[in-house]
Design a protein around this ligand. Structure first.
Ligand SMILES: CC(C)(COP(=O)(O)OP(=O)(O)OC[C@H]1O[C@@H](n2cnc3c(N)ncnc32)[C@H](O)[C@@H]1OP(=O)(O)O)[C@@H](O)C(=O)NCCC(=O)NCCS
Length: 332
């Protein structure tokens, strides 16, 4: 980013996960799987399930309220809301507009971003650049997912991997130069969109009795191919961003990778040559919460003291699209 670009600071961080903990053992009572298989293949020990009447926007609102309290910013002072989600309350209107209504925020703009597990980093980049325009003062950037609403419980290769939750940051225009959102790299390759998708429910295959019978309104994934892409591209985009910013891996206090699979993270760590203890790992407790994964981990990193004011944090993600991305922030 050019040196004279106005700063956008991370003023507040918040997260919310539903109360219900579902262990691998509990899951194996209804799905043909085992704690041993899930742990060794993915690193997941348990995940959270939202209540039946709890929607993605409900999770988003709770994370947003925590971030606003942390920032000391009221709903009336928020003038931009971006929600990254692949499990919106409904195809339209946007979950961001529903969140705005529930918060009573005096917004100028609210919209969703669909970039799957990379969505929060896409939203962070879009939001920070909109703040730099001078048209907005405070933005809520939210990653929120009720993944359990789009999982096929008859597909054991996918349903054991995901969980529900939300995380949010308040971004504010201004602040010390060289702090806040430093820069991001966003990437996409739509030629491989079939590797991870929900095939029906859109214009290509509108909902019908046949699509419902065929379980086409659920997440479908080619796990093996995604695995290879993730290992290669997530580490590379992270290193490319550090090089672009002129920041060395040693200067980064904490790396926050998308929490999809511990083996993917371990392979990324090996490729990057960064010590594992610099990585925030919480996949064992939450599984893959898609767009919520990175802000939930960021909140944990700050709450547990793994990162503090003045630290560089590098976040990297990959997901359906395919999409992948990295963002570098410096906390104030
Ligand atoms: C999904 C994933 C964990 C599977 O791991 P894997 O080592 O590739 O496992 P495989 O797909 O080869 O399956 C191995 C066996 O386990 C079985 N299996 C699949 N899911 C299972 C489950 N939940 N419990 C028990 N066995 C299972 C398969 O049927 C297969 O059996 P077979 O050998 O008899 O055919 C792994 O590919 C992965 O994590 N991929 C990336 C997915 C991802 O990150 N997606 C999110 C993107 S944001």
């Amino acid at each position: 980013m050019p040196a004279d670009t106005p700063s956008v600071i991370v003023k507040g961080i918040g997260a919310y996960v539903p109360a219900r903990v579902v262990t691998n053992d509990e899951l194996s009572k209804t799905v043909e799987t085992s704690d041993e298989w899930i742990r060794t293949r993915s690193g997941i020990g348990e995940r959270r399930f939202a209540a039946p009447d709890e929607t993605t926007s409900d999770l988003a609102v709770k994370a947003a309220q925590a971030a606003m309290a942390d920032a000391g910013v009221s709903a009336a002072e928020i003038d931009l809301i971006i929600v990254a989600t692949m499990s919106p309350d409904m195809p339209f209107p946007s979950t961001a507009c529903i969140v705005q209504g529930k918060l009573g925020a005096g917004c100028l703009a609210a919209f969703d971003i669909t970039a799957a597990c990379s969505g929060f980093l896409y939203a962070l980049d879009a939001g920070s650049r909109m703040l730099q325009s001078g048209n907005y003062r405070n933005a809520l950037i939210i990653g929120a997912e009720k993944m359990t609403s789009i999982l096929d419980w008859d597909d054991r290769a996918t349903c054991v991997l995901f969980g529900d939750g939300a995380g949010a940051v308040v971004l504010s225009a201004g602040g010390e130069p060289g702090t806040g959102v430093i820069d991001s790299l966003l990437r996409a390759d739509g030629e491989r969109h079939e590797l991870l998708q929900m095939p029906a429910g859109g214009s290509a295959r509108p909902a019908s009795a046949a699509t419902v019978a065929n379980h086409d309104h659920f997440l479908k994934m080619n796990g093996k191919e995604i695995f290879k892409v993730a290992v290669r591209d997530m580490g590379k985009v992270a290193m490319d961003l550090l090089e672009k910013c002129g920041v060395s891996p040693e200067e980064v206090a904490c790396f926050i990778p998308h929490q999809a699979n511990i083996r993917i993270i371990e392979a990324m760590v090996a490729r990057m040559g960064v010590p594992m203890d610099k990585f925030l790992i919480n996949i064992d407790r939450y599984g893959n919460t898609s767009a919520a994964s990175i802000p939930i981990a960021l909140e944990e990193a700050r709450r547990t003291g793994k990162v503090k004011s003045g630290d560089y944090v590098l976040m990297a993600a990959f997901g359906a699209g395919l999409t992948w991305a990295a963002s570098l922030i410096k906390l104030s």
